[in-house]
Write a protein that binds this ligand. Structure first.
Ligand code: ADP
Length: 154
């Protein structure tokens, strides 16, 4: 049976840290679905259709990787996609508290869904969407932190 993993996140924006998790995750599973979560209660920094388009282009030559967006429960979307694994990155103890709580919640909803954590590559451990948004918002250069050029400040 094919091993399908979902890599869910806000990806606002998708960073070189996320890219590292995707590349390494793609070696572990047969199919990896990058799933951009849409939360209608939360205002994004960069529009979801733009991010979807960038990621679709970025991974267009790799048949193992696909990109989708979803709304609602991650575990439910994973089930719809036939994914039995959730892939997440674990950078530090703060991530652990948050990620562990989410993983337990997902297990509660869907006992067959296994969460798999990858530690960051050390050089990318400090790369976060929050920091990139802050730098970009104030006109700083983020080109070495993201795998595509960001649009002019929103
Ligand atoms: P969310 O809003 O769901 O936390 P993010 O887009 O911020 O989504 O992150 C998605 C996943 O990527 C999370 O598991 C996060 O811990 C992981 N991640 C973010 N940055 C890095 C990084 N630099 N290295 C490894 N994992 C990372």
């Amino acid at each position: 049976m094919e091993k399908i993993a979902l890599f869910p996140g806000s990806f606002d924006p998708f960073t070189n840290g996320h890219l590292d998790i995707v590349r390494r995750g793609a070696e572990l599973f047969d199919q990896l679905i990058i799933a951009i979560g849409h939360n209608s209660q939360k205002q994004r920094y960069l529009p979801l259709p733009w991010m979807l388009e960038q990621l679709t282009q970025l991974f267009s030559t790799d048949a193992r990787i696909s990109v989708r967006s979803y709304e609602g429960l991650t575990a439910e979307f994973a089930r719809q996609q036939g994914a039995r694994y959730l892939l997440r990155g674990l950078r530090n103890t703060l991530d652990f508290e948050y990620e562990n709580a989410i993983a337990q919640g997902n297990r509660h909803i869907c006992p067959d869904l296994e969460t798999v954590f990858l530690p960051p590559t050390p050089a990318l451990a400090a790369v976060s969407s929050t920091i990139i948004r802050d730098i970009h918002r104030h006109g700083g250069d983020v080109r070495t932190l993201v795998p595509f050029e960001l649009p002019a400040r929103p």
